[in-house]
Each structure stands twice: as structure tokens, then as C-alpha cells.
Ligand binder design. Structure first.
Ligand SMILES: Cc1cc2nc3c(=O)[nH]c(=O)nc-3n(C[C@H](O)[C@H](O)[C@H](O)COP(=O)(O)O)c2cc1C
Length: 251
């Protein structure tokens, strides 16, 4: 392995960059408007109301110790639908807004550096009760799902975009998280990118624990074809791009 490249990539993991950033020059400190909390959408777009926390009827209340103890990557799923209530729970667990929204910050069920929450959640839905197959996006502020588009042979395309790993093709749905890096860069400049990656880990861990609570399973997927995945989501690959995935199904 070429030593210079190794050093360059290790550098990304370190926080040395922080001492080089002139924070007085970040967009936040120069008075640029705070970027939107969630990616904007057409107001006439189809949106599906999700079941709200407190209205859940059939979400098991399992012991946290049991959920942590049982957690594992589950790659084999039964051909069973997931219910909208269960999907609502998983979305809330991974990105739900809790509490107050102030000055462009929305506190969520997961932590985020500077409360910037630079991730968006897409779902590639194959088998959810009452929902057409297609690509959807979570709207944390209203706890809704935005219908983005349908895609022929979605199962095959998503498998292809993860280098042939088969589980997203057999899953009820796959979470695909994208980053909108400017949301974090606005506050942290060049120190933004490492913490976006750290943020994604928290989100997926809540998905793992949430799945254990509902008799489902998930497998994190970090290996995917960047360009194919971005094309599948119809995002531009620069201002927004895929960073992480996780297939979900009944086990
Ligand atoms: C960042 C990250 C990326 C991963 N990418 C993949 C992947 O692309 N394919 C896969 O089958 N598993 C993937 N995994 C799952 C790991 O293989 C799994 O967590 C590991 O083998 C430990 O097993 P456990 O989760 O059951 O404890 C990933 C896990 C993480 C945290």
C-alpha cells in the first residue's frame, strides 16, 4: 500500500483539521442563511402520514438490555410484509424529531454534531403493507413519507448497486441514507465530513435496535457502487449522495 495515500485517508479519521479551520469564516459565522432542516419538496407531492409515537398499538416494548444483547446483522428475511406502523417506528427511531425546533435546529432521536443532521433517509420499498413499491423519502418535520418515484425492477437494481449483495433484493425495504454535506459545512467548514460519517453510525445502530424490537432484522451495508446508487436515487452525487444503507425484513 502506498504510504502517502494511507496517511491521507487516516487523516480523514483524525480531528486535526479542526485546528486549521478558521471558524470565523464559516458560512454560519459570516451570516449566511441556515440551510433547510430537511430537503425541500414540492408541496403537491404525494405524502403518506406515518403513525405517530404514542399512537402505536402493536410495537413491542422490549427490554433495552435484550435488544442490545440480541442485536446482530441479519441477512436472511422471510417473504412477509412489514406494517406501516412498524416502518413508522423505525423511521422515528432513526431520524424522528423530538422536542423543540429552534433556529434551524431540530433535535432528533439520534445525536448529531452541532445538531446539523446532514442526512436524509430514503426507503426503497418492496414489501410494505398498503404501499406501492418505489423510492420514498422520510420527512422528519411532519413525520410523513414522501413518495419520490416508482422504479421498474427495483429489487434487481438495488442488488446491482450493492455489488450483487442479495439481501436488499429479498428485504421488505432498504434504508438508504444520503448526506447533504452543506448542512454540516455551513457550521464546520472542512471539519464537517468526518462528523457526518460518525452521525450515520448512530442512525444505523438505532435501526438495529429498533428491528430487534419488532421481530425484524437489518444488515448495514457500506459497500456499494457510489455512482449507481446516486443514479438510482436520482440525486446529483455532489450536493447530495448516498453514504450508507441497511436492508430490513422480517426474520
Ligand atoms: C460501516 C459498516 C459497513 C458494513 N457493510 C456491510 C456490507 O456491505 N455487507 C454486509 O454484508 N455487511 C456489512 N456490514 C455488517 C458487518 O459485516 C457486521 O456488522 C459484522 O460482521 C459484525 O456482525 P454483527 O453485526 O452481526 O455483530 C457492515 C457493518 C458496518 C458497521
Amino acid at each position: 500500500m502506498d504510504r502517502d495515500s494511507l496517511m491521507q485517508y487516516r487523516y480523514f479519521l483524525k480531528d486535526s483539521i479542526r485546528k486549521k479551520v478558521d471558524f470565523s469564516q464559516t458560512d454560519q459565522n459570516r451570516g449566511t442563511d441556515v440551510p433547510p432542516i430537511e430537503k425541500p419538496y414540492q408541496t403537491d407531492a404525494v405524502r403518506i402520514d406515518l403513525v405517530k409515537p404514542g399512537d402505536w398499538r402493536d410495537i413491542a416494548k422490549i427490554d433495552l438490555t435484550a435488544a442490545i444483547g440480541r442485536r446482530r446483522s441479519r441477512r436472511i428475511y422471510r417473504k412477509e410484509t412489514l406494517r406501516l406502523e412498524e416502518v413508522s417506528f423505525l423511521l422515528w427511531a432513526t431520524q424522528g424529531v423530538r422536542g423543540k425546533i429552534v433556529g434551524g435546529h431540530a433535535y432528533r432521536t439520534v445525536p448529531s454534531a452541532g445538531c446539523r443532521h446532514a442526512l436524509e433517509t430514503y426507503l426503497a420499498i418492496l414489501n410494505v403493507e398498503g404501499m406501492a413499491s418505489g423510492i420514498y423519502r422520510y420527512l422528519p418535520l411532519s413525520h410523513q413519507l414522501l413518495y419520490e418515484f416508482s422504479e421498474e425492477q427495483l429489487a434487481d437494481k438495488i442488488v446491482d448497486a450493492v455489488f450483487g449483495q442479495p439481501y436488499p433484493g429479498n428485504a421488505a425495504l432498504t434504508f438508504i441514507w444520503t448526506a447533504i454535506p452543506y448542512r454540516m459545512e455551513w457550521r464546520y467548514g472542512l471539519a464537517a465530513h468526518r462528523v457526518i460519517a460518525i452521525d450515520a453510525g448512530h442512525v444505523c445502530q438505532n435501526l438495529y435496535l429498533g428491528c430487534e424490537a419488532i421481530g425484524a432484522g437489518t444488515c448495514a451495508i457500506g459497500a456499494y457502487d457510489q455512482e449507481k446508487m446516486d443514479r438510482l436515487l436520482r440525486v446529483d452525487g455532489e450536493e447530495e449522495f448516498a453514504v450508507y444503507l441497511a436492508s430490513v425484513g422480517r426474520v
